[in-house]
Design a binder for this molecule. Structure first.
Ligand code: GP9
Ligand code: MN
Length: 629
């Protein structure tokens, strides 16, 4: 018996002494360990829904990314690789374990921008026991076995010679090449546009290991750009812009000082719905009437770019231009900003942002922390007592947000609505007959706008009932257009447009109301502006100065203008289309006027200014002030 055992042990030892056997066991073991933990993570934080299966693309991607990562480490550390791989595995496991705790609540693995926000550790720490599950032991259960393996094989000496080292390296490099090519080829099928607005989808489609890799790559890339010094040309651009910006005050400066502030950003509300009637019925009866005692701006063009809704939020908070490539919320979530939330907080207000959808969508969780709001309330924080469209109905959303806000003496609440989100199919019960547009997206869109109108009316009613209406400055505006190219024909029919691009471009406007109290005699202000001007207008009314806003108060006298993300510039009397390089007059006819075109060109500089500030994080540590001195 004993003899037999010795024979087997000897055989095993001889096998293990063969070149690479231990290496292969160890490397494969590490890959298997991380792979298993990642698969567990995908299910436990619901990036993947049950039933459990390994037969899907994401399992393959997780395997490939894990293998590539482990082989890469092994390639660089030929000696002592066991210790290094074990340490590496422990670190990855700690990361995946933290992802689990964070993801169970926020639905997404951790990201560097989130790690930047100290506050999140507190949040997690408070609810750590409710988030922890016994099954999470999977992240650490294999370590004793690995340690034992290292211990038992410590004395087994394999032959070493330079040829073997070369073979080892070649094998790893070849495996890496194959791994990377298979990964690239097989992931071609993925629709990456889903990743632009919700980075969680990167983890859903490609697995959490890749998600982290992408996050790190993105972060490092921004850091490299940030650390390159400013060129003289950039400095001149910044100086010219701020020197010519001016600092005049309007007659309304400070009329709403000390009031509470509610800003409502309405999903997909386009300007044309205001005062529009279909089959003899007003689409937005309440908001039409609201113009009678508020400022109403009817020529404000939306300026959103790669971040759509989140860009509108960014402009409201910072009065800077969004970026063309990607969403600011994802590109610069850790930059320093002087957001409206922070400004109000510094003045003794409690600043809250509310939105009834997933907290990670558009990276809002990280961004609102970075903006220094007291809290960002998302889907998790609302009671889903009434659903409409994607999630909670605007009406219930307003009610709950108001309950929370009114607990504070002085508050600023930023309410981002959701119900009227594309494709507008949650409004079958709304009492608005749209005639020949019944059953079309355009007809449904009008119904959604009627719903929003009713919901906003309820917000006003509630404020009045609670005796708060007159003490609150209320700003309402649309985030971006609601009807896109695919609905162009029908929309043109609805509005009687002539089918030209210029006519179409001119309806890409959002309505803006500012209610300062019932005593104001309503004023409709026709001058052209952009969403970037909303913040300066609010600050103007509240009597607050802000050094960095790039827009201007819409209440200032003098001509208006708006720069779109593509460099098109709209003036009160002209529209310069930067893509066509054509200037149109207000009769939508192409005209030639060098002076206006060169004016447009100089206005485009603002886009560069914003870009430089964002790329170099210039609002941090007074860097911009230093440059402008
Ligand atoms: C989701 C909502 C929608 O949270 O803000 O964003 P959008 O698709 O309109 O950019
Ligand atoms: Mn939107």
């Amino acid at each position: 018996m004993l003899k037999n055992k010795n024979i087997y042990t000897e055989k095993l030892e001889r096998l293990l002494e063969k070149p690479f056997i231990i290496d292969i066991i160890f490397v494969l073991g590490t890959i298997f360990s991380i792979f298993t933990k990642t698969i567990y993570l995908q299910y436990t934080i619901k990036l993947k829904e049950p039933p459990f299966s390994l037969l899907n693309y994401v399992s393959v991607y997780i395997f490939l990314t894990t293998a590539i990562m482990v082989l890469f480490v092994a390639l660089w550390v030929p000696k002592r690789y066991k210790g290094v791989l074990l340490t590496f595995n422990i670190l990855i496991s700690i990361l995946l374990f933290s992802d689990t705790l964070y993801g169970r609540y926020y639905g997404i693995p951790l990201t560097i921008p989130i790690l930047y926000q100290v506050g999140f550790v507190n949040d997690i720490a408070q609810s750590i026991f409710s988030l922890l599950k016994i099954k999470d032991i999977v992240f650490f259960i294999d370590f004793p076995i690995i340690v034992l393996f290292i211990y038992l094989t410590r004395n087994i000496k394999t032959k070493k010679n330079p040829k073997l080292v070369l073979i080892r390296s070649t094998a790893i490099v070849l495996s890496l090449l194959i791994g990377v090519s298979v990964f690239n080829k097989t992931t071609e099928r993925i629709d990456r546009s889903r990743h632009v607005y919700q980075r969680k989808n990167i983890a859903v489609d490609l697995g959490t290991i890749y998600f982290h890799g992408f996050d790190i790559y993105d972060f490092v890339k921004q850091r490299i750009i940030r650390n390159q010094p400013l060129t003289d040309e950039e400095i001149t651009t910044l100086k010219n812009f701020y020197e010519s910006k001016g600092n005049e005050k309007t007659d309304y400066y400070g009329i709403a000082a000390d009031k509470n502030l509610i800003v409502v950003q309405v999903e997909a509300m386009q300007e044309f719905v205001v005062d529009f009637a279909i089959e003899g019925q007003e689409v937005t009866p309440f908001l039409n009437k609201l113009k009678e005692n508020s400022f109403y701006f009817n020529n404000i063009y939306h300026q959103v770019a790669g971040g759509n809704t989140s860009d509108a939020e960014f402009m409201l908070n910072n009065s800077m231009y969004p970026t063309i490539t990607g969403a600011v919320n994802y590109l610069y979530p850790t930059n320093e900003f002087l957001s409206l939330g922070k400004v109000m907080k510094n003045l003794g207000y409690v600043s809250y942002a509310f939105h009834g959808y997933e907290s990670s969508f558009w990276n809002r969780e990280a961004v609102y922390r970075n903006y220094e709001y007291d809290k960002y309330f998302s889907m998790n924080d609302f009671e889903l007592d009434e659903k409409r469209g994607w999630a909670i109905s605007d009406e219930s959303f307003f009610r709950q947000a108001l309950d929370i806000s009114l607990k504070n003496e002085k508050f600023f609440s930023f309410l981002i609505t959701l119900s009227s989100h594309h494709p507008y199919d949650a409004f079958g019960d709304i009492d608005l007959y749209t005639g020949e547009f019944e059953g079309t997206q355009v007809g449904n869109y009008l119904k959604s706008m009627r719903y929003v109108d009713t919901a906003i009316e309820s917000l006003f009613r509630e404020l009045e009932e609670r005796g708060q209406l007159e003490d609150t400055l209320i700003v309402i505006y649309g985030d971006h257009s609601g009807l896109y190219q695919d609905q162009r024909g029908l929309t043109e029919a609805l509005l009687g447009l002539d089918g030209s691009n210029i006519a179409w471009n001119k309806i890409q406007k959002v309505p803006v109301w500012i209610y300062t109290g019932s005593e104001l005699e309503g004023r409709t202000i026709e001058k052209v502006g952009g969403q970037i001007d909303i913040l300066p207008t609010i600050l103007d009314l509240m009597g607050i100065d802000h050094p960095y806003t790039m827009g201007r108060s819409l209440l200032l006298d003098g001509p208006g203008y708006c720069v779109k993300w593509d460099g098109s510039v709209i003036f009160d009397d002209y529209y310069y289309n930067n893509q066509e390089r054509v200037l149109y007059n207000n009769n939508n006819e192409p005209v030639e006027d060098e002076k206006v075109v060169s004016e447009a060109r100089s206005k485009q500089e603002a886009l560069k200014v914003s870009d430089i500030i964002l790329k170099k994080n210039l609002l941090k540590n007074g860097k911009l002030d230093e440059i402008l001195k």
